[in-house]
Design a protein. Structure first.
Length: 284
């Protein structure tokens, strides 16, 4: 993730969504976490996505906007999205549904292609692993919009955090979202951080191109650094840090820790399998 001088404060989108911005801005959270309140026009109950951090003033604002809540959904279990979920759901008298059982409240989970319906509003679950193993996106067919959590951000690019994050899975998730956008099932992206993205196809193409470019840079840097060591082996942690210092030289050093996690995920993707080497081949 990268910070930006632009500002974002949430608001109303389409006929069915309100974004309530959590007061947790930072280098990794941009302006803060986007909590989404979804409700069919004229309906009594809402769906709340990613209640966010345990900040009482934020939960008060979400409750005021949501009024009655049918269910809380989680895009993934990172604390800036999920920390307040159980307390908020308990207060609102509903359950929490997530892919990871550790983050659920109640017996219902979530899986790919599930449809969550509350008072006429349908949310379709799209499995988008990669940022984390439990990452999900939520498609609203009535708005042709997709809530992407941290898989796609409103600004900058996201972290694929090794070892839970896996680059191969992440690339597959981007391609899946891109296919939905190309088919015009999705025209807008409602992210977990940063502003709404109205050009879904262009943004997803940028994400895919950026990942390919970074992968090539990491491959070249790792090859050069390993060659410089000669016969000596390079510890994975040392190699990842050295790659960050070379490939991410133009990035604020405060973000190098996150960049190192992404580099470790890329190096794991490039590791030679038992029957051949991906490092010298093409990066998918």
């Amino acid at each position: 993730m990268t910070a930006s001088p632009q500002t974002w404060s949430g608001g109303h989108f389409g006929e069915r969504a309100v974004c309530v911005l959590a007061p947790n801005p930072g280098a990794m959270t941009l302006d803060g976490t986007n909590t989404w309140v979804l409700r069919e026009p004229g309906a009594r109950r809402s769906i709340v996505v990613d209640p966010g951090p345990l900040v009482d003033s934020h939960l008060e604002a979400v409750a005021a906007e949501a009024r009655e809540v049918g269910v809380v959904l989680l895009t993934h279990g990172h604390a800036d999205h999920a920390e307040a979920a159980a307390r908020f759901a308990d207060r609102m008298g509903c359950g929490v549904r997530a892919l990871d059982p550790a983050h659920r409240l109640g017996s219902e989970g979530l899986g790919d292609n599930d449809v969550v319906a509350v008072d006429g509003l349908e949310v379709h679950v799209v499995a988008t692993p990669g940022h984390t193993a439990d990452s999900l996106s939520f498609l609203l067919p009535a708005e042709r919009a997709v809530l992407t959590g941290d898989t796609v951000l409103g600004r900058g690019t996201t972290v694929v955090a090794h070892p839970d994050g896996r680059l191969g899975a992440y690339l597959g998730s981007l391609r899946r979202l891109h296919a939905l956008a190309q088919a015009q099932e999705v025209t807008a992206i409602w992210p977990g951080h940063g502003p709404v993205v109205e050009e879904a196809v262009a943004t997803l193409e940028h994400y895919l191109a950026h990942r390919q470019q970074r992968l090539e840079q990491v491959r070249e840097a790792a090859r050069d650094l390993t060659a410089q060591q000669g016969a000596r082996s390079v510890a994975p942690a040392d190699l990842a840090r050295a790659v960050v210092e070379r490939v991410y030289a133009d990035v604020d050093p405060v973000l190098w820790g996150a960049a190192e996690l992404s580099v470790r995920a890329q190096l794991a993707y490039l590791q030679p399998p038992e029957n051949g080497s991906r490092v010298s081949g093409s990066g998918g």
